[in-house]
Design a protein around this ligand. Structure first.
Ligand SMILES: [Zn+2]
Length: 414
């Protein structure tokens, strides 16, 4: 009985490419840029998704909207959608509604805000958000609609979580939602975060490194470049810190083969403008270091190492060095490979895509960490190119159809 129902849903989803295209087109047109990215928020997207789901008779839609006076609606929408199964045990699929800006529009071959099919390959679509993270939202909607249209009640309940503010810090999104509704995910539920993956669909992300962003300010003494002895060159002192980052990386030398790369990384990145002219010795430099730290180290240890380096450089070069935290997100315990969500996902991917999955960790960060730090096992997986945030962001309609079938398969316990 259950098997028959599952086959019915998988067959219905198989013909869903046009529906994927239609949903992607609407979502991209509605943008969903957060205010920190110069946008008006995710409300239009949330309204569209809610009315689309209600048109299929899906009415259990809970709002956990975060107040935000920076956007016209005054709130950042977060939705919890439930489609009941035979059991209250729920498969959750989380997607974020916000996207990043198009970036340099001249680098796009098509209008970033109009989903466009490739001229030679109609399965391939372009548009901002089609991969990150609309595919997750679209696939969740596809499964929910297919259950209703076919009158199928799966073994597990289906839960869709649509959040705001993933691209600019999560405070109005998953963090707000979990603060307001700390217990909405129950023990035994399966949590999927389809916000990272691989082009062959085999990679399951189960672990993330800790992230520490440091803002380093070096204050020296500005002077004319022809009389360097009169000043303290902040740029030269900064160079010593930048080179010192490599030494710190050698000190924090643990390896963990689950991650790629398998070590902690300490990477100088952004540098703020200093003097506008060539013949002035800069008296102040501000730059940033992006640290991705294996879970065996604390971020406090890393911060202490950089402050120690700063103290040594300030003594050697006669400057003042200040190391501040720009962002700090400690690593959470990985999702075990033998957890129910990973096992169920592996089985479903094998059934639908015919491939074997492998588990690994990344240096990036997804909202899965918000679940993992609460002891909830979350798996990050999607069949995607991994081209998020790029110009000409692309996705395949067939990838989305397959992902929807994978989630549908996970709803049945045979
Ligand atoms: Zn994303």
């Amino acid at each position: 009985m259950s098997l028959e129902q599952k086959q019915k849903i998988l067959a219905a989803l198989a013909g869903g490419a046009d529906r994927v295209f239609a949903l992607q087109s609407r979502l991209t047109a509605l943008r969903g840029l957060g205010p920190a990215n110069g946008g008006s928020g995710e409300q239009d997207k949330a309204d569209f998704l809610e009315s689309w789901l209600r048109s299929f008779g899906i009415d259990d839609i809970e709002h956990v909207d975060a107040p935000d006076s920076r956007v016209p609606s005054g709130k950042r929408p977060n939705l919890i959608v439930r489609v009941p199964g035979r059991s209250a045990r729920t498969l959750w699929i989380l997607g974020h509604m916000d996207v990043v800006p198009a970036g340099e529009e001249s680098l796009w071959r098509t209008d970033p805000w109009t989903v466009t099919r490739d001229a030679d390959d109609p399965d391939l679509i372009y548009g901002r958000g089609v991969e990150d993270n609309q595919q997750a939202i679209v696939c969740g909607c596809m499964v929910a609609a297919a259950l209703k249209e076919n009158g199928v009640t799966p073994d597990l309940s289906l839960g869709l979580i649509f959040v705001s503010d993933e691209e600019t810090g999560n405070a109005y999104g998953i963090q707000y939602l979990l603060k307001e509704k700390p217990d909405f995910v129950k023990e035994g539920d399966l949590v999927m975060v389809p916000d990272s993956g691989s082009p062959d669909g085999t990679f399951i992300e189960v672990a993330e490194k800790g992230i520490l962003w440091l803002r380093v300010t070096v204050d020296g003494v500005q002077c004319h470049a022809s009389k360097p002895d009169d000043g303290k060159n902040a740029l030269v002192a900064s160079a010593a810190i930048i080179l010192g980052a490599a030494e710190i990386e050698q000190r924090f030398d643990a390896r963990d083969s689950i991650f790629s790369p398998d070590r902690s990384t300490f990477t100088p990145t952004k540098h703020e403008a200093n003097v506008p002219n060539v013949n002035t010795i800069p008296g102040r430099e501000v730059f940033y270091i992006d640290c991705r730290v294996l879970p065996c180290y604390t971020l406090d240890e890393v911060l202490a190492a950089f402050r120690d380096l700063g103290a040594r450089v300030s003594e050697t070069y006669g400057v003042n060095v200040d190391v501040q935290i720009q962002m700090c997100e400690p690593a959470a315990a990985p999702t075990p490979e033998d957890s129910a969500v990973v096992q169920s996902l592996k089985k479903a991917v094998k059934e639908v895509l015919g491939v074997d999955c492998w588990c690994g960790g990344v240096g990036g960060s997804t909202v899965a960490v918000s679940f993992r730090e609460r002891g909830i096992h979350a798996a990050v997986w999607a069949h995607i190119f991994e081209n998020c945030h790029t110009p000409n962001e692309a996705a395949r309609l067939s990838f989305a159809v397959g992902d929807a079938q994978v989630y549908a398969s996970m709803l049945f316990l045979d």
